[in-house]
Design a protein around this ligand. Structure first.
Ligand SMILES: Nc1ncnc2c1ncn2[C@@H]1O[C@H](COP(=O)(O)OP(=O)(O)O)[C@@H](O)[C@H]1O
Ligand SMILES: [Mg+2]
Length: 257
């Protein structure tokens, strides 16, 4: 089984091997959203999960955290398969930030919201307060601690939602379209914040410039299948491949061509 959480300074041990094999997912109405998807994310890697609308990015992330059941296939973390007995611990170690922070924030205040996860896992109030203050400081949002969550700006909500996941000290972060709903300044701040984190990351996005800023590798999904899994610069400079998957060359790849 997985080891205990490790100190944040021990970056190497935070890295985890997340693996998916032969994942096939079908919705109730028989839409086959993922077909035989396989990949692994290793050693503190940050991997961009890219693809046009409807390619299956959100479905893949939701399946990885057990929100959607897979018709077939296997998911494992450090070679431990995810199943009924391991799902709770897997969810503590693999944190997911949803596309819309309003789906994630549901307690009245920022503090209460971030405290929800750790309380659920039985941490002491003292430990919870120390962790929350730490995570708020790290994101430069200590001033938001006692604010009402529903009155925050889009960028603030996004950071609070991320803080609510990081307070659990996960090894792996899954993020669904982290830059959606953000103005350019909040987007830049988010990128800088993510760039400083040690966690292994799988970032679903059609913000190809963000992907290029944060990730060295990309997995390109098209109609529920993996079309490419390669260094991101290689994928993002292949105009024909991107076009055939309904994507365009990102603005910042000028230097790649
Ligand atoms: N709740 C749902 N019920 C039925 N089909 C869905 C549902 N959610 C997504 N889909 C379908 O599954 C496919 C993949 O969608 P999704 O994972 O949301 O793609 P992406 O996140 O890449 O835009 C699409 O064809 C979409 O229409
Ligand atoms: Mg999506």
């Amino acid at each position: 089984m997985w080891g205990n959480p490790v100190p944040r300074s021990c970056c190497k041990r935070l890295c985890c091997n997340l693996k998916a094999e032969n994942l096939t997912v079908r919705y109730d109405d028989a839409v086959c959203a993922l077909r035989d998807v396989g990949f692994s994310v290793r050693d503190g890697e940050r991997v961009a999960l890219i693809g046009a609308n409807g390619a299956g990015k959100s479905t893949l992330l939701l399946t990885l955290v057990g929100v959607l059941p897979a018709e077939s296939g296997e998911i494992s973390l450090e070679d431990v398969p995810v199943g009924k007995e391991t799902l709770r611990e897997f969810r503590r170690r693999v944190g997911m930030v949803f596309q819309n922070p309003d789906d994630q924030l549901f307690m009245p205040t920022v503090y209460e919201d971030i405290a929800f996860g750790p309380r659920n896992y039985g941490l002491s109030e003292e430990e919870i307060e120390t962790r929350i203050n730490g995570v708020l400081d790290r994101f430069g949002i200590a001033r938001l601690r006692d604010r009402m969550t529903h009155k925050l700006s889009g960028g603030e909500k996004r950071l609070v939602a991320l803080a609510g996941i990081l307070v659990m000290e996960p090894s792996v972060l899954l993020m669904d379209e982290p830059s959606s709903f953000l103005d350019p300044r909040s987007r830049r701040k988010l990128i800088e914040t993510l760039d400083k984190l040690p966690q292994t990351m799988l970032i679903a996005t059609h913000d190809l410039d963000l992907a290029l800023d944060l990730c060295r590798r990309a997995i390109l999904l098209d109609e529920g299948r993996v079309r490419a899994d390669a260094p991101i610069e290689e994928i993002l400079s292949d105009a024909a491949l991107l076009e055939s998957c309904g994507l365009e060359l990102p603005l910042s790849t000028g230097h790649l061509r």
